[in-house]
Ligand binder design. Structure first.
Ligand SMILES: Cc1cc2nc3c(=O)[nH]c(=O)nc-3n(C[C@H](O)[C@H](O)[C@H](O)COP(=O)(O)OP(=O)(O)OC[C@H]3O[C@@H](n4cnc5c(N)ncnc54)[C@H](O)[C@@H]3O)c2cc1C
Length: 359
């Protein structure tokens, strides 16, 4: 056996990028491992183009650390206000290249791509090695509690009925403004009448482009695009730069930590003495019919996420960030947005580093 790392981060989505960089900046020797060939996770590869959960109701950053740094590194415009919420449009390629730049600046960080998690060995309630590397602490940023599952830590399931998966894709050549719900309704009505599953439109930085979140199957996307071309004004020349369409899953497994953040904590804007991150995004549920149900925090409020929700209850050296934090399904329906994943990633990176550097 092999090289020793103070901290291993599994998964390089928003949470893993933040965790790996923040842990490495403390001087800890960090391994970042992903089954993909490059960093980005859902934020970099699913087709998404809007970072949510970065701002409060006034449009100010909720978390001033790495979440802000990363947002500023990918930003090409000011944030946009949609109703009560502020979002930051971004290009997925910039999300990926920004991650690479942050990694290059960390001399104690090693990245390993195309490496699915394997050979997790736990002894006396601690993970001692994975992928044949010895490790001091582990941060599960896999979006689905992959480390926890293998190490027999207790997990919480979420519910795909309220977190329906979707196919996200970009559509260029759209010669029509879709700036309001009324604009969108005019386009959506013929699509629904033709029997296609529901879809939503989102902001895209490219000229004459929109991002689509489609609740149907990937194989239906070409027929949908053809329908738009033939039947909907302004879409005659639309096409997608993507050649492959895939399902992205909103739901994943969460890991039981020292505290389970609840939907009630979120909606009451609860504060904690051991708070490490802030979020103000509503509890956002997505039905299989493509409809969203939002439950809001009080105006101008935010909730906090305690350090205890980032530490696994049963495995002493296991931390979690992003979609795997210790939260019930309602709390995760808010905390899963990328702004919050970046903030919990930074916090988990620092907590893991503290735990190994002091021992
Ligand atoms: C359809 C959809 C629409 C969304 N819309 C938005 C939006 O508009 N704005 C927003 O902010 N958020 C949105 N979200 C939520 C957000 O994108 C995710 O919750 C967030 O990106 C999760 O980040 P993460 O780092 O926790 O996990 P992920 O981004 O899922 O990253 C997990 C990483 O772990 C790696 N991994 C997984 N298993 C293994 C393994 N066994 N071995 C090695 N590596 C592994 C994966 O390859 C991946 O790189 C959306 C999500 C979906 C699915």
């Amino acid at each position: 056996m092999s090289e020793h790392f103070d901290i291993a981060v599994i998964g390089s989505g928003a949470a893993g990028i933040a965790a790996a960089v923040s842990a490495a900046r403390t001087g800890a020797k960090v391994l970042l491992l992903d089954k993909n060939s490059a960093p980005g996770g859902t934020g970099g590869f699913s087709g998404l183009t809007t970072l949510c959960g970065l701002y409060d109701d006034a449009g100010k950053f909720l978390n001033n650390g790495f979440a802000r740094e990363f947002a500023e590194a990918v930003a090409e415009t000011a944030p946009i206000k949609t109703g009560r919420l502020w979002i930051l449009p971004y290009r997925p390629e910039k999300f990926r290249s920004a991650a690479e730049k942050f990694f290059t600046a960390c001399s104690t960080l090693k990245t390993v791509w195309n490496s699915p998690l394997k050979n997790v060995v736990a002894e006396n309630g601690r993970i001692i090695s994975l992928n044949d590397f010895k490790v001091g602490a582990v941060i599960d940023c896999s979006g689905n509690a992959e480390v926890a599952q293998t190490a027999d830590a207790e997990c919480l399931a979420t519910d795909e009925a309220t977190q329906a998966p979707a196919v996200v894709f970009q559509l260029g050549g759209v010669m029509r403004e879709i700036n309001s719900p009324a604009d969108a309704a005019q386009v959506l009505l013929p699509i629904i009448r033709a029997g296609f599953p529901a879809l939503n439109f989102h902001f895209n930085l490219e000229a004459n482009a929109i991002t689509v979140k489609f609740s149907g199957a990937p194989e239906q996307v070409p027929a949908l695009i053809e329908f738009l071309r033939v039947n909907v004004r302004g879409f005659q020349n639309c096409s997608s730069p993507q050649t492959e369409f895939k399902i992205s899953r909103r739901a994943g497994r969460m890991i039981v930590g020292e505290y389970i953040l609840t939907g009630a904590d979120v909606l009451s804007a609860k504060k904690f003495p051991d708070a490490v991150a802030r979020c103000a995004w509503p509890v956002e549920q997505w039905g299989a019919d493509g409809k969203t149900k939002l439950r809001w925090l009080p105006p101008d409020e935010f909730y906090e996420i305690p350090a205890r929700s980032l530490r696994a209850a049963k495995i002493k050296n296991l931390f979690m960030a992003g979609k795997t934090i210790s939260a019930d399904a309602d709390a995760m329906a808010s905390a899963r947005v990328m702004g919050c994943c970046l903030a919990t990633g930074e916090a988990a990176g620092k907590l893991a580093a503290q735990s190994v550097l002091k021992s």
